[in-house]
Design a protein around this ligand. Sequence first.
Ligand code: ATP
Ligand code: MG
Length: 395
Amino acid sequence: MTKQLILIRYGELGLKGKNRHLFVGRLAENIRASLKGLKDSQVRVSWGRLWLEIDADQQAAAIERLRRVFGIYSLSPVMETEKELSAIADAAYLALHKALPRGGSFKVETRRTDKNFPMISPEISRSIANTIFARLESERLEGYEADMHKPQVTIDIEIRSEGAFVFGETIPCAGGLPVGCSGKAAVMLSGGIDSPVAAWLAMKRGVAIEAIHFHSFPFTGERAKEKVYDLCRILALWQGRPIRLHLVYFTEIQKAIYANCAEEYGITIMRRFMYRIAERIAKSRHCLALYTGESVGQVASQTLESLAVINAVAQMPVLRPLIAMDKEEIMQKAQQLGSFQTSILPYEDCCTVFLPQYPKIRPLLSAAQKLEEALDIEALIAEALAKTEVKIISN
Ligand code: ATP
Ligand code: MG
């Protein structure tokens, strides 16, 4: 079976010293985890870059998976050839044809670290470009031009002591930092559109996640749970590892709030309970922060006044990556990560079940605290935690 080599580019040029080393090590580990099940793949760190060697017939499947590994900026399939001009030109011609099947502008760029090769880099580039043009002409292919400044495609050639390498096609990937290199956080995951995007953006910055979901069985049904499992499956694909989901039984708390507190404060108090419980779970799991899908002004509980009253119960940082985004932008991201179609399935969610008709848009902290005096907060939290189930969800 022929082997295909893929160059894996990573970014974050600001990373230095020890950080860089950890970053690359973690990235290599995550890549290996993502390729599990594919035959004979080998990830190597050499020449200051990451390379994947894989059976040629597994290449497409591997690329599909690598596009979801955070920390990778782009990929290029590489052709390895004899260190000889005509072989290099053959490969360069193929690469150009693949990258620009219907013409366009290109540039050939050479790096020569093997100083025994008898030509210098600009000479090699020029010679290869000339051969490519001669061949395009002999095959009557039109519409190609050289452009040294803003080419659509750059054909890169590297001449090393080990051999010559040619790569043309550059496949953009997800960017970000390798999941796990920034620690772990807990994401409050509803079945909606926003929180999966918040989870995805957390992972994009290298944060490994656990998910916390509040359900109000039997007011919310089995299918609402299934939907959250499906969302976790999608997120697990991006994490490259299973997701630990904490399913919190929230029914008694909702009933207690409904029975004892002024209706207009129902959502505020309910969300304060969610934060309290999420924080306890997060601490017990050594998570460093909470993430939510909140965005300023989106609903009554997301005005600055509401966020302040809700946030007041949390000691841990509560991070809200969507805080400045419009719904439209959030939906685009949901499409990109693949959660949108699942999120819009119309199952009851615990917030909609007890939704007050006129929720307080500018709640007061003192009023919320006063209303909560009617509740045995600790007992309610303890009961919900005791009935919390944990599921490990893999893709
Ligand atoms: P989403 O689309 O994420 O459901 P939303 O716009 O519907 O968000 P809210 O329902 O006010 O807004 O929820 C705000 C945030 O609170 C969510 O993004 C999520 O992080 C968290 N949250 C809401 N409901 C739940 C739930 N049932 N379980 C876990 N977290 C929740
Ligand atoms: Mg919601």
